[in-house]
Design a protein around this ligand. Structure first.
Ligand SMILES: [Zn+2]
Length: 76
């Protein structure tokens, strides 16, 4: 299964096909350690200038969907 990873060292985000229980991998850019972007609070992507009717906090994956959703309103 393909997961999103974010490098701790260079902050680059990339996708990699890894087993579900593998939580980290080598960054293809700097060879540093990259962590899986979980649906957990510590790794959640929180765009502070966005809000939806359901929640202000969502995962990176949801955030990518929201960016394409014309019904999502940008907070002022
Ligand atoms: Zn890196």
């Amino acid at each position: 299964m393909i997961y999103d990873f974010k490098c701790i060292d260079c902050n680059k985000v990339f996708e990699k096909n890894v087993p579900a229980r593998q939580n980290s991998t080598e960054c293809p850019y700097c060879k540093g350690k990259a962590k899986k972007m979980f649906h957990a609070t510590s790794n959640m992507f929180i765009p502070s200038y966005f809000h939806t009717s359901k929640s202000d906090v969502f995962s990176y994956e949801e955030w990518n969907k929201l960016k394409k959703d014309p019904n999502v309103v940008r907070a002022k």
